[in-house]
Structures are given as C-alpha cells and as structure tokens.
Design a protein around this ligand. Structure first.
Ligand code: GUN
Length: 296
C-alpha cells in the first residue's frame, strides 16, 4: 500500500483561511496582531525558522518583530529583550527561539516571559494548564500535529499513539495534548526515548507513530505496523554535494521505505514544519483577540 502523503502546506492553508477572518475582525477594531521572535546566535535551523515566521506574518498581514542577538549575548541581554517585549503593546505574542547559546539558562528566560504573551506555550503556567486540560496557549508543533491528524481524517481517539522523543517542545506536550479526555484527543499514548528498551517492538504497536528525536532516518520500515499513520517531526540538515546549497533537510523517518507500509505519512520538508508556523500565528491571533476583548 502506498501511503497518502499529508501535505503540511495544504493543511496550514486551511487554518490560514480561518485566521484571515479573525484578523479582519481584529483590524476592524483597530488591532493588528503582533508576533515577535528573539533569536540569539547563528544556528542555521533556527535562522530558517525565523525567516519562515517573518514571511508567514507578512502573508497574513500581522505585525512582526525580530530581535537578533549575537552568539555571545549575555543572559541579561536576552532577559532585557524579553522584558521589552513583555511591555510592548504592539506585540501580542512572542517567543525566544531555542536552543539558546549554552551559557544562557533557558528555564530562566522562559520563566521571564509574560504567560499571557507566551506564543510558544512553554511557560510553566501554560504547561500546567495544558496538562490539566485548560490551556491558554498550546505549543505550536504538537498542536499542529493534532490538527494534521484531525484534518487528514486520522482522529487519534482510542488509538495507540507512540511518540519517539521526550523533548519539552514536542514529545512531552504532544503526549499531554493527545491523552486529554477531549474531542480530537482521547488517545492511549506511549512516549519512547533514548533509554527505552525494545523501542522497535513498541513502535510497531503504534497506530500513529510520531518521530521527534532529531536523528536522520531513525524510524525504519521494520518498526512500522502495516497501515500506521506516521508523523515526522525531524528537521535534520545533512550534507549533499549534489544539492544546490550543498545540503538538504531530511526527517527522522526513512520516508521511501516507510511510505510503502504506512497508510499516511508526512514528508520533510513540507510536513509538520509549516504547521508549526501557522499554529504560532494562531496563538498570536488568539492573544490579540483576548487583548481586544473579542471572542476567539
Ligand atoms: N526550536 C525548535 N522548535 C521551537 C519552537 O517551537 N519554539 C521555540 N521557541 N524554539 C524552537
């Protein structure tokens, strides 16, 4: 069976259409939703993400601001940038791109973000609210994955979802979102990681497999149950002398082999990436609606 390819840009466009309606309502009331990103350092994947975010804001007519800091910026520099955005009324949501340079304490920076402007949903208050099922902002990548599943006809309700990777950005929040007693969730969730024994056997029991480990081609066809739905969150830059730029982006899944067995699969690029961006826009619009006192 050849898997149906779930195209992130198509699903993202549906959500953008819905957002355009909200953004028009906000503009009628004199509010332009504003999103900012703080980027410290020169990580190429982070730079690409920030470029994509600015482009997405422009396409939707959102106000956007990027604060660029050098690799050797101090923790105080980053905290100052956060303070400034916390008090900027034109910015409804913002994020600090991770990973930060090693000498900066990420937790300290995240704690400094005003939870009502936390477009990433990474502040402990927002993480706690997500876990108890009363979210303010859901983290963009996991909520984008949930939307992709639902809008491609793969409701996780009652299914066994195996998540490979336990990061605070993807694995843990996705588990929290999909296990909720809620429409569009209600999954049985297993989280595997680098210390999991018998990982391949567990992944083979997944009706839905989410790969978020950051290891190119880690998920091979023998780990996938016939007909499973496979979501690839990996964005790994690998050298490729035949590519124009000398590199290309690949996922955590061996796409060619796995797509013969799976019933649906997301590609890299063109899968989860565009969803992350659009869900960030959604969080920003939600924050602006709250600030303007209009129903979301
Ligand atoms: N780095 C990789 N993904 C993300 C994300 O969703 N948010 C932030 N802030 N940093 C990231």
């Amino acid at each position: 069976m050849a898997a149906k390819v779930i195209h992130g840009p198509e699903v993202a466009e549906q959500i953008r259409q819905e957002l355009r309606v909200k953004i028009a309502q906000l503009k009628e009331r004199g509010t332009v939703p504003g999103l900012a990103v703080v980027l410290a350092g020169e990580d190429p994947a982070s730079q690409q993400y920030v470029r994509n975010k600015v482009k997405a804001c422009q396409e939707l007519g959102l106000h956007s601001r990027t604060v660029l800091l050098p690799d050797d910026a101090s923790e105080a520099d980053v905290l100052n940038a956060v303070d400034e955005l916390n008090s900027d009324p034109a910015i409804h949501g913002f994020l600090v791109q991770l990973p930060l340079p090693k000498h900066i304490d990420e937790n300290k920076v995240i704690m400094r973000i005003d939870p009502s402007k936390d477009a990433d949903g990474f502040h402990p208050i927002n993480v706690g609210r997500m876990l108890i099922g009363d979210p303010v902002f859901l983290p963009a990548t996991p909520s984008g994955i949930q939307e992709m599943l639902l809008r491609s006809g793969n409701d996780p309700d009652g299914k066994h979802v195996v998540i490979v990777g336990r990061s605070n950005i993807v694995g843990k929040p996705l588990a929290a979102i999909l296990m909720q007693k809620k429409k569009g969730a209600n999954a049985t969730v297993t989280v595997c990681h680098s210390r999991t024994r018998g990982l391949a056997d567990i992944v083979r029991t997944g009706d839905i497999v989410v790969a978020a480990i950051g290891s190119p081609g880690f998920i091979t066809a023998d780990m996938i149950k016939e007909g499973a739905v496979v979501i690839d969150v990996g964005t790994n830059r690998v050298d490729d002398p035949s590519a124009k730029r000398g590199y290309r982006w690949v996922g955590d899944v061996d796409f060619d082999a796995v797509s013969v067995k799976a019933s649906a699969i997301t590609p890299v690029p063109g899968g989860v990436g565009p969803m992350t961006i659009v869900m960030l826009m959604k969080n920003t619009v939600t924050a602006a609606c709250r600030a303007a006192g209009i129903e979301r």
